[in-house]
Design a protein around this ligand. Structure first.
Ligand code: BGC
Length: 252
């Protein structure tokens, strides 16, 4: 079954049709920049433009860059604070006329890796980390999602959240080399390892495309691998999650 997957990020909103049984993208990715207001109405308008672009009938799976509890935004993350308490499912359904399955973006990317990527068949605790505007995290125990892990929210030194120091947006803002930024990312991974003792860490998100530039700076004990679906995991994952919800009425 082909399902439209949408990956909503702080800088871009991306969509593609996905064969949700095989986990393959069957169209090119269509990307529209996230409106600079990052407000619900403006972003819903862009989501509608993405849906219209594909001329698609059917349910939509959507990865969203905040805590998502039963379709409701439970913390605005790097988006406008007016997102807090918004029922994202309902907002996007009203804007597009399509049924939506919305889940946290890193949880969604993890879904793709656990079902079709490097995480497939991996037991124990697998942590997905996505590097983008924020640092996203998704946790899977024996393949089952533990939703809304928020490891990027740990305070660090003068920063409210470590993601403000170690995400791709910090690299950009401070114009850091991969060498400098990679050391920060490694520090973040050290905390992830210390707190969660994972069996595997999968690194995805936009910056994972530059894996060769920083992977040599990762020195933790835990096995750390690149999500080979890379940036596409953010689109494939929500489509897979959407299919599961259609079949089982829940995500796990
Ligand atoms: C949010 C997370 C999100 C991550 C990546 C963080 O700021 O708190 O929910 O997964 O950014 O988008």
């Amino acid at each position: 079954m082909e399902i439209l997957g949408i990956d909503i990020g702080g800088s871009g909103i991306k969509g593609a049709l996905v064969n949700a049984e095989t986990g393959e993208m069957v169209t090119e990715r269509h990307r529209i920049p996230t409106p600079s207001s990052r407000k619900p109405g403006d972003m819903a308008e862009v989501v509608k433009q993405i849906v219209d672009h594909f001329n698609y009938e059917g349910p939509v799976g959507c990865g969203f860059p905040t805590i998502v509890k039963n379709g409701v935004c439970a913390s605005p993350g790097n988006l406008d604070s007016s997102w807090l308490g918004v029922n994202i499912d309902e907002l996007f359904t009203q804007a597009t006329g399509h049924e939506f399955t919305v889940l946290n973006d890193a949880d969604a990317a993890g879904y793709a890796s656990m079902n079709y990527g490097v995480g497939k068949g991996r037991k124990g605790l697998v942590i997905m980390i996505t590097i983008g505007t924020g640092l996203g995290s998704g946790a899977f125990y024996n393949g089952i999602l533990l939703p809304n892990f928020e490891l990027g929210q740990l305070p660090y030194k003068k920063y409210d959240k470590i993601e403000q120091w170690a995400a791709a947006s910090a690299k950009e803002r401070e114009n850091l080399s991969y060498e400098k930024w990679g050391k920060r990312f490694n520090k973040f991974l050290k905390y992830v390892e210390l707190i969660t003792a994972p069996d595997l860490i999968i690194v995805g998100g936009g910056t994972s495309k530059k894996w060769k530039e920083f992977s040599h700076l990762i020195t933790i004990e835990t096995e750390v691998v690149k999500a080979e679906l890379m940036n596409h995991a953010g689109i494939i994952g929500p489509a897979v999650a959407c299919l599961r919800e259609q079949h089982h009425g829940h995500l796990t």
